[in-house]
Design a protein around this ligand. Structure first.
Ligand code: FAD
Length: 301
């Protein structure tokens, strides 16, 4: 088993979300040996139903989409290991990765598709609220579904103000729920958005989210978007020698998804940009074709 693990594959894919699974499908169809190392908590698993993913006019649940994509990669020869990679380093022949239990794998190239983690509000049953759409994390993904509904924007003042204009295109019934002191109200001119007292907390009654400030009534919403930021997994790229930007992002050449470290690619949500399945999938296809072109020529016998 260890000998097999130590034989390098053509490409190690770190992350088995839409980006990593698409890369694996392309690599398999290019007759490249590919191993997907995945911790198993894709952002897509949160999606109750996506309606902007091409090819699913009636929508599809994130878990169902992931299952299909994984099956597609497996059909084309991708191998999988459940693993949380903790170390990524360059070697003479490519890369060595190690997981938290000390297992190691080698690959001539690496496609990093490890995504990011959303920061949820401190509230009971937050995951159930996401599952039923009472709490939503991505207006580009699903604000259409709450057109003309009561929408709360929860988070630091600057972050919620920055998203007000976009959401105003979906509803006239917006409320700002700041976690810190109100800033300049002039920033909301023309938005007709209600601003509630700062510092309240969110709760979930099994159907809707409410916002309550100590000693005050509870305000209920059809949906609440928290804007609390996220935690990136870009640190893995830094371990391999990528110099991250000042904001902790992986700089990539957008034409090839290369990182500047030869043989290391980054695709999907781990790369700054528009965090969407279609973008992740497109970047993965670009990276897979580029890595194929750079690996040693492999004619059929
Ligand atoms: C609630 C919600 C709704 C959304 N709705 C939509 C929508 O309708 N349409 C749309 O286009 N997008 C939607 N998105 C965004 C979409 O889910 C992401 O853009 C997409 O999942 C990104 O794919 P990815 O493969 O880059 O990352 P992910 O899907 O997050 O996959 C990353 C994978 O890497 C693994 N990983 C992380 N670190 C490691 C490690 N160290 N070692 C091994 N594996 C690791 C993770 O466990 C995960 O399986 C939504 C997101 C959320 C949270």
């Amino acid at each position: 088993m260890d000998a097999a693990r130590n034989a390098p594959v053509d490409v190690l894919v770190i992350g088995g979300g839409p980006a990593g699974l698409t890369a694996a499908t392309y690599l398999g169809r290019l007759h490249r040996r590919c191993l997907v190392l995945d911790a198993g908590d894709s952002r897509a698993r949160w999606i109750p139903e996506t309606n902007n993913c091409p090819g699913f006019p009636q929508g599809i649940a994130g878990t169902a989409l992931l299952a299909r994509m994984r099956e597609q990669a497996a059909v084309h020869g991708a191998a999988f290991e459940q693993a949380t990679v903790t170390s990524l380093r360059r070697t003479a022949g490519g890369f060595e990765v190690q997981d938290e239990s000390g297992r190691r794998w080698h690959g001539h190239a690496v496609i990093l598709a490890s995504g990011l983690s959303d920061r949820l509000p401190a509230m009971a049953h937050g995951e159930e609220a996401v599952a039923c759409g009472a709490l939503r994390l991505c207006p580009v993904c699903d604000a259409y579904e709450v057109t003309d509904r009561d929408i709360g924007l929860f988070g630091p003042w600057d972050a919620i103000v920055a998203h007000t204009r976009f959401l105003r295109g979906y509803s006239a019934r917006l409320s700002l729920l700041p976690t810190d002191a109100h800033g300049d109200p002039a920033a909301l001119e023309g938005m007709a958005a209600r601003v509630l007292p700062a510092g309240g907390r969110l709760l979930f009654d099994g159907r809707r989210c409410g916002y309550v400030v100590e000693g005050d009534d509870c305000f209920w919403f059809d949906t609440v978007y928290p804007f609390l930021g996220c935690d990136s997994s870009a640190g893995l790229a830094a371990q391999a020698g990528v110099v991250l930007t000042d904001t902790g992002e992986i700089p990539v050449d957008r034409s090839h998804q290369t990182t500047g470290v030869p043989g290391l690619y980054a695709v999907g949500d781990v790369v700054s940009g528009l965090n969407q399945i279609s973008v992740a999938v497109g970047q993965a296809a670009v990276a897979a074709l580029d890595v194929h072109a750079r690996l040693p020529f492999a004619p059929r016998a």
